[in-house]
Design a protein around this ligand. Sequence first.
Ligand SMILES: [Zn+2]
Length: 150
Amino acid sequence: MKKTPFWWQLLLYLWVSPISIACLPLALLAKWTGGGYVIHSGALEIWGGIVGQWLDKGRLPFLGAVNAITIGHVIAGVSPQHLHNSRVHERVHVEQFERWGVLFPLVYALAGLRAHLQGKRFYWDNPYEIEARARATAAARNKHSNPALC
Ligand SMILES: [Zn+2]
């Protein structure tokens, strides 16, 4: 795997930072209500507590129940296991945020709206979700065919 130069990664963090910083209070909220947080492979992963309950019970606007959600370099999940299971998928969304920066939520919504207007599903037929699912599936396939890479 190609390593990103430090200065380039720093620019990517800055490019996405207005969104990531806005989500930092979720880490404390999760921690104070029984969950936790950790930095994992360059992103802040948050789980459990009231944040995990919101995700699990679909209490966030425009979302049904989800295992995890990526917002900039912040990934919130129902539990550590949910974060583990969806790590590749959510890391693709981190890359998409790094590609589009603060524009990504708008770009994502427009792509979903476009799919919807074509008679498709906002989430399942959104090209950004299709990319994340495809790459997660490919990674799982590689992991099974070459367990030494785990
Ligand atoms: Zn996704």
